[in-house]
Design a protein around this ligand. Structure first.
Ligand SMILES: Nc1ncnc2c1ncn2[C@@H]1O[C@H](COP(=O)(O)OP(=O)(O)OP(=O)(O)O)[C@@H](O)[C@H]1O
Ligand SMILES: [Mg+2]
Length: 254
């Protein structure tokens, strides 16, 4: 059986910094896999490689038996993989709905302005996209915030909005870079519930996460990255309970 996604032998240097070292792993369909590891371990760099934002020195990524190497980010979205960014990358002065519309257009390589420009005769396709964007906002619990400007949303709502943006692409595999970081307890629960719901609806998730409570509650599999190398892969119990990994992560107990 071939893997849903297979990452093989990724290696990358930023000048003198060896960010990824022979990094290999597989992702199974329908599961939530958490990618953990200390700051600077290379987690975001792996996302950048998978989604075509960075061409690695060596290695390859295959998704549904198709090699993604050399594809542009938009082509990778069309292949079924979409990602969020650690620093959100939302348009603070636009409303939530327009952010989803622009997100869709941007990921597909279209002009962002065209996505929200509304001439008198809005095309049928554009109206449909708007309806889809509204439905997606509703799906993540932001229906009543659709017309609010992003800077007026709470940080938790902004995080949910980034998830709405990847959902709106229709991608099957969602790469979420720290969707739970910096959230209050209530917002954290909302994000965890959303991720589980997406899984139950058939999405496959690869999630960068530092919070071990979140990892324990949502992960089916955990990948432990250290200095660009995949040190361990296993259940949350096994990875979080491993004293050697805890030492690397925190210099102490996880
Ligand atoms: N574009 C870049 N140019 C130079 N160095 C980079 C670049 N991107 C990442 N790095 C370096 O590569 C290493 C891995 O960075 P990366 O952002 O992937 O880590 P991370 O595991 O996501 O960390 P964090 O938990 O802090 O988000 C770090 O040392 C980082 O400084
Ligand atoms: Mg990162």
């Amino acid at each position: 059986m071939t893997a849903f996604m297979q990452v093989a032998g990724l290696d990358h240097r930023f000048g003198g910094l060896h960010a990824l070292r022979d990094c290999s792993f597989t992702i199974e369909q329908g599961r939530i896999t958490c990618l953990v590891g200390p700051n600077g371990a290379g987690k975001t760099t792996i996302f950048n490689v998978i989604t075509g934002f960075l061409v690695p020195d060596e290695g390859s990524v295959a998704f549904r038996d198709r090699k993604l190497d050399g594809l542009r980010p938009q082509a990778i979205v069309r292949a079924g993989i979409a990602r969020t960014f650690q620093n959100l990358r939302l348009f603070a002065d636009l409303n939530a709905l327009d952010n989803v519309m622009i997100g869709i257009a941007g990921q597909f390589g279209e002009e962002p302005v065209g996505a929200i420009f509304r001439p008198l005769h809005t095309s049928r396709a554009q109206r449909r996209r708007r309806q889809e964007a509204l439905a997606t906002l509703d799906h993540v619990g932001l229906a009543d915030r659709a017309h609010d400007v992003v800077r007026n949303l709470s940080y938790g709502e902004q995080k949910l909005l980034t998830v709405a943006r990847v959902l709106a692409t229709g991608a099957e595999l969602l790469l979420l870079d720290e969707p739970a970081s910096g959230l209050s307890a209530g917002a954290l629960d909302a994000v965890m519930a959303l991720l589980r719901r997406l899984q139950s609806e058939g999405k496959t998730l690869l999630v960068v996460e530092h919070n071990t409570r979140v990892v324990q509650q949502i992960a089916d599999d955990v990948l432990f990255l250290h200095q660009g190398h995949l040190m361990a892969q296993g259940t949350p119990e096994r990875i979080i309970g491993d004293p050697a990994l805890a030492e690397i992560y925190f210099g102490g107990a996880l």
